[in-house]
Design a protein around this ligand. Structure first.
Ligand SMILES: [Zn+2]
Ligand SMILES: [Zn+2]
Length: 223
């Protein structure tokens, strides 16, 4: 038999016969194997420790982020009551039928008529403010459950606080605070915000040069 058969292929020790080699392998290298096992289990302990640490980090992060205050929400231009009332103008699920009149608004900026957005005062599938526009004609619908006098200022507040309406009144008039006001063709010296909205009024706001002819009435066509 060749010497290699009595030489331990693990540690290289030589033995008299194959029985002793076999016993050596069992006694010596079994122990070594068990050491290797313990090494393996140690390394798996490290893994467990690593996972525990990772879980701990995640928990710490979760706790950290749950403690972070929510993103600050910018307050609206005017303070809204919980029910969304804007300067006394309520938003109802159905259009008011008790009081239903219409006024017409024209806005002229630098001698050009500008378009008043549709949907002012309308939150789709939610509610309609008592003051609103259904289209871009400039017709202001005044529809409320009680007969009340409303002002252009209230309409403008509703305009600027209806979500998704662009441009805002200030954007359309370039923030001009000195708008000239004409009601039914006559210049009025009141601030535009205090102008009352009466049935079939033709209200014209002018920013910049006043055109030679100012509309004095509007064809409401049955409204
Ligand atoms: Zn309406
Ligand atoms: Zn109407």
């Amino acid at each position: 038999m060749a010497d290699t058969e009595k030489k331990c292929n693990i540690c290289g020790s030589k033995f008299e016969n194959s029985d002793k080699l076999a016993r050596h392998k069992i006694e010596t290298h079994k122990e070594k194997n068990s050491k290797e096992k313990s090494k393996v289990s140690q390394s798996s302990r490290y893994k467990v420790t690593g996972i525990t640490a990772a879980v701990a980090v995640v928990i710490v992060l979760m706790v950290y982020y749950s403690d972070t205050p929510p993103t600050t929400i910018q307050p609206p231009a005017v303070s809204l009551s919980p029910t969304g009332i804007i300067q006394g103008v309520q938003c109802d699920p159905v259009e008011g039928s008790v009081f239903h009149v219409h006024a017409h608004l024209d806005i002229i900026v630098d001698s050009k008529q500008v378009t008043i957005p549709a949907g002012i005062g309308i939150k789709p599938n939610e509610c309609l403010y008592w003051l609103h526009t259904h289209n871009t004609s400039g017709v202001i619908h005044i529809e409320s459950p009680t007969q009340t006098t409303f002002t252009l200022g209230q309409f403008i507040q509703v305009w600027d606080n209806t979500p998704g309406i662009s441009p805002t009144f200030e954007e359309l008039t370039h923030g001009d605070k000195n708008l000239k006001v004409f009601v039914n063709g006559t210049e009025v010296n009141d601030n535009y915000g205090s102008i009352q909205l009466s049935a079939h009024d033709e209200i014209v706001l002018v920013s910049g040069d006043v055109p030679s002819s100012i509309p004095s009435s509007y064809e409401f066509g049955g409204l």
